[in-house]
Design a protein around this ligand. Structure first.
Ligand SMILES: [Zn+2]
Length: 203
C-alpha cells in the first residue's frame, strides 16, 4: 500500500525574481532569496513526508496575490506559508533603514486561536536561527471588513478554505546583519531546516 503523504503544504516565495533589491549589497533581491529559501524548505518538508506545492515553480514566475493564496484552498492545503523579508515603512528616512531589523509573523484572523501558537513557534525558530530581533506575531485586518485579513495572499488562502495561513518576514533586507544572513545559501538552508522542524511538529 502506498503511504499517504502529509499536507499538502503550499509555499509562497514572495514577489518575482527582481522584486525588492537588498539595499546593503548589489545583486541581491528579496524575490530571489525568498525563492531559494522556499526551495530549501520544500526539500526539507518532502524529506519529512509532506506533499509541497509552490506558488512559483521557477524563480521568474510572479503570479497575482489572489492566485497564490487560492492555490492553497484549491488543493485542500493544511498550511499556506508566504515567505518574505522586510523593509521599513517610508515614514522613516532612508538614512535610518540600516537600524531597523527583526523578524515578524502575520497569521490569519480566520482562526486566531488555532493559528497563534503556530505563528509563535515559526517566529521563534526564525528569530533564533537568524540571531535577530523578535518583532512578534501579528494580525492585520482588512480596513472595511475586520473579519478579513489585510494581506492579499493570507486573505485569498483563508477565503479559499485554508485558514492556516501565515506570512513570515524573515528579517529586513535593508539591515546589514539580517540581509547578510539572507544572502548566504548555507544560512537559508539552516533556516529552512528550523522551519521544517516546526511544521513537522504541528502538522
Ligand atoms: Zn516581501
Amino acid at each position: 500500500m502506498e503511504n499517504k503523504k502529509r499536507g499538502p503544504v503550499v509555499l509562497d516565495p514572495g514577489h518575482g525574481q527582481f522584486g525588492n533589491p537588498h539595499t546593503t549589497k548589489e545583486g541581491f533581491y528579496e524575490g530571489t532569496q525568498n525563492f531559494i529559501l522556499a526551495s530549501f524548505l520544500k526539500k526539507e518538508l518532502e524529506a519529512r513526508g509532506f506533499e509541497v506545492l509552490m506558488t512559483r515553480n521557477r524563480v521568474e514566475d510572479n503570479p497575482e496575490l489572489a492566485e497564490r493564496g487560492e492555490l492553497a484552498g484549491k488543493n485542500g492545503a493544511a498550511l499556506f506559508l508566504s515567505i518574505h523579508s522586510n523593509a521599513p515603512s517610508s515614514s522613516i528616512g532612508p538614512e535610518k533603514y540600516p537600524l531597523v531589523r527583526g523578524v515578524e509573523t502575520y497569521y490569519s484572523v480566520s482562526d486566531i486561536e488555532g493559528n497563534a501558537p503556530i505563528a509563535k513557534a515559526l517566529n521563534d525558530a526564525v528569530v533564533k536561527t537568524m540571531n535577530s530581533t523578535d518583532r512578534g506575531i501579528k494580525t492585520r485586518r482588512y480596513p472595511d471588513n475586520d473579519s478579513l485579513d489585510y494581506y492579499g495572499v493570507i486573505r485569498a488562502s483563508a477565503g479559499s478554505g485554508c485558514k492556516r495561513a501565515f506570512l513570515v518576514e524573515h528579517g529586513f533586507h535593508t539591515n546589514p546583519e539580517d540581509s547578510a544572513f539572507l544572502q548566504s545559501e548555507e544560512c537559508l538552508a539552516r533556516l529552512a531546516a528550523a522551519e521544517a522542524e516546526v511544521i513537522d511538529r504541528f502538522f
